[in-house]
Design a protein. Structure first.
Length: 119
């Protein structure tokens, strides 16, 4: 099975990782495999990606004032529906996961400083 962990900061998805497992438990700290988010997006298509991304952003929006959260999501087998599995207040621990040249912590610092970094 697989799902995606997307980190939402400032209302937008900023980071993500695909989590793959032979069991329903996909947590990475349980030594499960990481998949490539870019390949996953290519595989499901842009329309489905927008559906998943939007679900993550709306889920975090349920907590007004929340700056960031990690959202675990899964698509149904036919890829027509997305389910929010969990919203984690501290779901930003994605070591060695880069997106647009930055890791989660670099994005966080830039956002907190209001974009006043070199990126």
């Amino acid at each position: 099975s697989s799902d995606v962990r997307l980190v939402v900061m400032g209302g937008r998805v900023r980071q993500g990782v695909v989590r793959m497992s032979d069991s329903p438990m996909t947590n990475l700290h349980l030594l499960n495999e990481r998949g490539d988010l870019g390949e996953w997006i290519e595989g499901v298509g842009e329309e489905r990606w927008e559906m998943v991304r939007g679900a993550a952003e709306r889920a975090v929006g349920c907590w007004p004032g929340a700056f960031y959260a990690g959202v675990d999501l899964a698509l149904t087998e036919d890829k027509k529906r997305v389910f929010v599995l969990e919203v984690n207040a501290f779901g930003d621990l994605l070591p060695r996961v880069m997106w647009a040249g930055e890791d989660t912590y670099g994005v966080f610092v830039r956002e907190v400083l209001g974009g006043k970094t070199s990126k």
